[in-house]
Design a protein around this ligand. Sequence first.
Ligand code: 13P
Length: 245
Amino acid sequence: MTNKYMYFIANWKMFGGLNSLNSLHKIVKFFKTFKKNKSIKIIYCPPNILIRPMSKKLKNSKIEVGAQNCHENDTYGAFTGSVNSMMLKNVGAKYVIIGHSENRQSGENDRLINLKIKSALNSGLKVIFCIGETLKEKRKKITKKVLNLQLRKGLNKIKNNRNIIIAYEPVWSIGTGLIPKSTDLSDTIDFIKSKKKKNKVLYGGSVNPKNIIQLRSIDNIDGFLVGGASQDAKKFIDIIKKSFN
Ligand code: 13P
């Protein structure tokens, strides 16, 4: 264990406008009064345009804000449409998700992901590094091989960095309502931890208020990266509450 926290990370993906920030008071209020609040960390990763206004809304709440991706260049450059980690930090991000399968599917490879992780760490951001196998790879029973390669290449020449949180997100479980069998999931998390002893390992993929009780019973998981259900403050609060029942 690297620290005592259980993580609940909201990945809003490409959802939300300024009006979506109106519901944040619910989570702020909940977190203030929640008995277990000292042992959990809540992090919201909205689209970049919302990082600044969200950080302002969450000021003094102990809820932190992160981004969903960054450019690999440390400095400014002629990269139309891109934002680097230094710029994200400047507007209030403390974390950045890197290696999400939705970005791997649109062309990001392990080498690029490695460069992005290094750049984010250089800028002082904490990294939420996503790995996971596709359905085809799962059927071929090569999940561990795939994860091992993603870990090895993605973290190439990055030693023992505690500012990296690993999120295991099987591609086939994202947005599908499917989650791995508890024994499989526990075994996979153990495998990742055997390779990366110093890092927290989270699970992501279709986490919702119904399946959280089953997921939370797997005791080697250090937290959850929640997509769809995190856009609804009530559902996200429910997930956190039920995790401690
Ligand atoms: P869902 O929770 O919508 O399946 O998304 C998971 C995810 O991709 C979080 O990064």
